[in-house]
Structure formats: structure tokens, C-alpha cells
Ligand binder design. Structure first.
Ligand SMILES: [Fe+2]
Length: 282
């Protein structure tokens, strides 16, 4: 079993301090193999906001954290920096790599930078990037391959189609054919899990909400997802959304999805069916 936690859109600068405390406790309690952090780390890419984010990430030690930038992590109003050195503060406070890779024997998580200095909101995946990531996925030996990026590749609602990364359809087709099992995204502060793409390479797309920000969508709670992989006779992915419950001051299980792989690729059961029993110990 490999377990990862997926957090996104913390928007430090607009964070809720009590939610940050609860998120840290929930992540340490879950003790995942990896924390995946899909961008919008900060509200305005300012140094103080990155410092607060860095302190939060450091407070998760010893958990490893894989981080990719979101559109809020490049400057909005400082146009010169935006054009010349858009990732300057990300590099200073988070790290040198905008597309890191994490792997164990069962799972590979490949980060992808979907932001662009000329786009202050929308993400983009160029044809060259589609091909580059597909080649990296093909070369990875793990039975489960995940791509983590800020902008969603597939939307659960009609209103969010415009918020998907440009080039998403080509990316879904090429990356699923190259062996991707799951795409992780954020950006729209909405949690969901669905299957997308064409058979026999149907692939899962799981989005998570804002983990800590006041910028909650439609009164939804702050949330993050746990992703558990079991590999046995039937590969399974369990995705669990945990919502912040203010009255309890902690994150608690709110919804589950079960992904199962069949002849058409991946399919999702809403509500969660639990992973196949024989797979739970694998
Ligand atoms: Fe975003």
C-alpha cells in the first residue's frame, strides 16, 4: 500500500491559522508516503507569503513534499519580474525544480508546471510538453503513474471547462496512453474524482479544494485528499476527501471515491466501495 496526501491552493496570505494547525495535525496523523502540493501556495507570490508556506512545509517533517507552482505563485502586478523571473520567489523559498519526480517501487508521481508567465490565470500544456511528459511516463517502471499539476485536465462541471489547462485533451490522450493512471489538480477550489479519456486507457482525474485559504468556493469547507493505492489481482485507488470541521477544529472524512482498473481503463465508484479485500494487504 502506498498512501499520498494531496493538498492544494493554500494561498498563504489568505490562510486560516486554525485550519493550518489542523491540516498539519491531519497530515502527520495520516503519515503518508508523500505529500503532493499542487500550487497556489501563495496568494500573490510575495516573499513573506512564500516564507509562511515554507515554514508550513518544514513543519511537516519528516514527510516528503512534492510541490509544483500555481498561477498565484508568479507575480500578478509586478510585470517586470513576471516577465523576466516569474519563479524567482518560488525558487528562493520552495526549490529549484518546477517539475519534480517522486517514486517508490509501486508509484511514481511526476510534477508538471502548468503555469505560464503570459497567462495570469489559465494553465497551458504545449505540444512539446505533452510529448516530453509522455516520454517520461513511458520510461517509468512503476505499476502506478500519477501526474500532478495545478490546473485541472478534466472538469466535473460545465462552468469549469474553461478553467482546464489549455492543451488538456492532447495531454489526456498522450499521457494516458503512456501509462498515466491518475491526474491530480487544484486551481478551482473544488474536489471531485472522475474518469476521463478513451478506452482502453481511461484515466482518473482527482481534484482537491483549497486546503487552508479563506477563498473557499460557494461556502465549501477547506479540504484535502488522501490517495491510497493497492496493487493486487485488481489494481485499486481509493481517494478520500477530508473536510475541515470548524466545530471540531479538525479534518474528518467527508467523501470517498474508489477507482478500479478494468478492460476500459479506470472507472470510478462514487461513495467508495472499498478496495478489493485481497488487495488491502498488498
Ligand atoms: Fe490557481
Amino acid at each position: 500500500m502506498t498512501r499520498i496526501a494531496h493538498i492544494s491552493d493554500t494561498h498563504f496570505g489568505t490562510e486560516e491559522p486554525l485550519v493550518c494547525v489542523a491540516l498539519r495535525a491531519a497530515l502527520l496523523r495520516a503519515s503518508p508516503d508523500l505529500v503532493v502540493f499542487t500550487g497556489d501556495i501563495t496568494q500573490r507570490a510575495r516573499a513573506a507569503q512564500f516564507r509562511a508556506a515554507r515554514a508550513f512545509v518544514d513543519s511537516l517533517a519528516p514527510l516528503p513534499v512534492l510541490i509544483v507552482p500555481g498561477n498565484h505563485d508568479i507575480p500578478l502586478f509586478d510585470l517586470l519580474t513576471r516577465l523576466v523571473a516569474p519563479y524567482r520567489n518560488f525558487h528562493r523559498h520552495i526549490g529549484p525544480d518546477l517539475a519534480p519526480l517522486w517514486q517508490n517501487s509501486q508509484m511514481a508521481v511526476l510534477g508538471f508546471n502548468s503555469t505560464h508567465r503570459l497567462r495570469h490565470k489559465n494553465g497551458v500544456i504545449s505540444p512539446a510538453a505533452v510529448a516530453f511528459v509522455a516520454a517520461r511516463l513511458t520510461a517509468l517502471p512503476q505499476p502506478c503513474k500519477i501526474v500532478a499539476l495545478h490546473h485541472p485536465l478534466a472538469s466535473a462541471t460545465a462552468e469549469d471547462i474553461a478553467n482546464c489547462a489549455r492543451g488538456n485533451e492532447a495531454a489526456i490522450a498522450a499521457w494516458s496512453a503512456a501509462g498515466a493512471d491518475l491526474f491530480l489538480g487544484g486551481h478551482i477550489h473544488l474536489a471531485y474524482c472522475l474518469a476521463t479519456g478513451a478506452a482502453p486507457h481511461r484515466v482518473l482525474a482527482a481534484n482537491t479544494g483549497t486546503a487552508t485559504s479563506r477563498r473557499r468556493r460557494g461556502g465549501m469547507a477547506n479540504s484535502f485528499n488522501l490517495v491510497e493505492l493497492a496493487i493486487g489481482s485488481k489494481p485499486g485507488l481509493q481517494i478520500t476527501r477530508l473536510d475541515y470541521q470548524a466545530a471540531r477544529g479538525e479534518f474528518a472524512v467527508a467523501h470517498e471515491w474508489t477507482g478500479l482498473k478494468g478492460p476500459q481503463g479506470w472507472a470510478v465508484a462514487e461513495g467508495g466501495q472499498g478496495l478489493p479485500p485481497t488487495d488491502k494487504t498488498s
